[in-house]
Ligand binder design. Structure first.
Ligand SMILES: Cc1cc2nc3c(=O)[nH]c(=O)nc-3n(C[C@H](O)[C@H](O)[C@H](O)COP(=O)(O)OP(=O)(O)OC[C@H]3O[C@@H](n4cnc5c(N)ncnc54)[C@H](O)[C@@H]3O)c2cc1C
Length: 413
């Protein structure tokens, strides 16, 4: 391979920075240019709703690498630079000043953008979303104010980010009203039974959680959000409003360039897009999963961390496939959990352990009684067993699975 080759990475989040690292780890000798729209060194996002928002970490604690690393590894980091167009036929991208940059191989790692709501008042000051470090700072300032007096926060959407912010805002002394249009929080990812565990947790910590409820308007006074109005016309006052209704993957660059795209950029199990010289990783990648036999696109930290090793190998013309199970984690109050696998939320749930005491495992079974996904809540030595159960694809006996006295390695019928 010639030292003159130029590899571009578009998107300087976790996936983009890891990809640069994985290329150098595989001795790629050529140029690496990493373009990032944000002004910061690439950083991880989970702390933005957890330890950073809670004041326990600083940004420098969760950048992917320090600034010296990029210099030492000859990664040309171009921050504050949004790539505006991609021309796969010419092997070029366009930069904001209209100049172009040629590439031999390209990686797309453009991540996601928070969804917004088309509500009256949604553009008022004091209405927040959460994706960047600036978003987290702004939300914290709005909740906490300058006087150390914690105010009221209204959160629209009881998904992961909404619930984590609810927990940490409560921890900072703020009042929280958390509004969810579905019957339970997290219905789409965990289903009703496990969603209710999280609902109870938040109510026990004083969150005013309202399910089956939709917001009709963000009430604004003098251009500033002052509360939310529900469908029945009642109003809850708030000092700030967080809209936490999910994210959409940033696929416009790929779509406009003619790459195959559905709700993400379509890639094979080697992270290769419909163009052989372009890979995609992280939140935007809709990847064929050899083990699950389906396409998987998940907005998980672990994907952004681990897919780049495979993408780097592919860019270097080597064989590699990504077959890790989806993995997700959350921390809320005293609860820590990990979820491994992928199951439809209406799959049968089997629990094992003390659910009300928040120390348990949960498993999602398909119609053939195979474990599709498992979750450990404050039990930290079960990860390998859960992985083995999901990976094996073998049927289990639900009663044995539910019985903590039966080893997880021995739950076959
Ligand atoms: C508040 C919060 C908490 C989270 N908590 C968890 C958690 O607990 N567990 C978990 O598994 N996951 C969590 N996630 C999800 C996880 O952070 C994402 O899956 C991960 O950040 C995806 O990484 P990425 O590199 O694909 O995208 P991103 O981190 O979004 O990075 C993409 C970067 O590309 C830039 N970019 C976009 N377009 C262009 C362009 N055209 N040119 C140049 N740059 C561009 C963007 O500005 C961004 O900086 C959380 C996310 C958030 C926001």
């Amino acid at each position: 391979m010639s030292g003159e080759e130029t590899f571009l990475i578009v998107g300087a989040g976790l996936a983009g920075a890891k990809l640069a690292e994985e290329l150098r780890a595989r001795d790629f000798p050529g140029r690496i240019l990493l373009f990032g729209a944000e002004e910061h060194l690439p950083y991880e996002r989970p702390p933005l709703s957890k330890d950073y928002f809670a004041g326990r970490k600083r940004l420098a604690d969760f950048t992917v690498h320090g600034g010296d690393w990029y210099r030492d590894h000859r990664v040309e980091l171009q921050l504050g630079t949004t790539v505006t167009a991609l021309d796969p036929a010419a092997h070029r991208v366009t930069l904001p000043d209209g100049s172009t940059q040629r590439y031999d191989k390209l990686a797309l790692a453009t991540g996601s953008t928070p969804r917004t709501l088309p509500l009256p008042g949604a553009d008022a000051a004091g209405v927040h979303v959460l994706r960047t470090v600036e978003d987290s700072d702004a939300l914290l300032a709005a909740v906490h104010g300058e006087t150390d007096h914690a105010g009221w926060l209204a959160i629209i959407g009881a998904g992961w980010i909404g619930m984590e912010i609810a927990a940490n805002a409560r921890g900072r002394g703020a009042g929280v009203v958390l509004v969810e249009s579905a019957r339970e929080p997290l219905l789409g990812s965990l289903g009703e039974e496990m969603g209710s565990v999280f609902a109870d947790l938040h109510r026990a910590h004083g969150v005013d959680l309202r399910t089956n409820t939709s917001v009709r308007e963000i009430v604004a006074y003098d251009g500033r959000a002052s509360g939310i109005r529900f469908g029945d016309d009642s109003v809850v006052p708030a000092d700030a409003v967080l809209v936490a209704v999910g994210a959409r993957p940033n696929v416009d660059l790929a779509r406009d360039a003619g790459l195959a795209v559905d709700d993400g950029v379509l890639v094979d199990a080697s992270m290769r897009t419909s163009d052989p010289d372009i890979v995609a990783v992280g939140d935007i990648a809709s990847a064929e999963h050899p083990l699950l036999g389906t396409r998987v696109r998940v907005e998980h930290w672990a994907n952004a961390l681990n897919q780049p090793a495979v993408a780097a190998a592919t860019m270097l013309g080597r064989e590699a496939t990504y077959d890790r199970l989806p993995y997700f984690f959350t921390d809320q109050y005293e609860l820590g959990m990990e979820y491994l696998g992928l199951a439809p939320p209406d799959a049968r749930v089997i629990t094992r352990g003390d659910v009300s005491g928040l120390e348990f495992l949960a498993f999602w079974l398909d119609d053939e009684r195979r474990v599709r996904a498992g979750m450990n809540v404050d039990i930290w030595d079960a990860g390998d067993d859960i992985r083995a159960l999901v990976t094996s694809g073998r049927p289990v006996d639900p009663d044995r699975l539910a019985d903590p006295a039966v080893p997880l390695s021995d739950v076959a019928p």
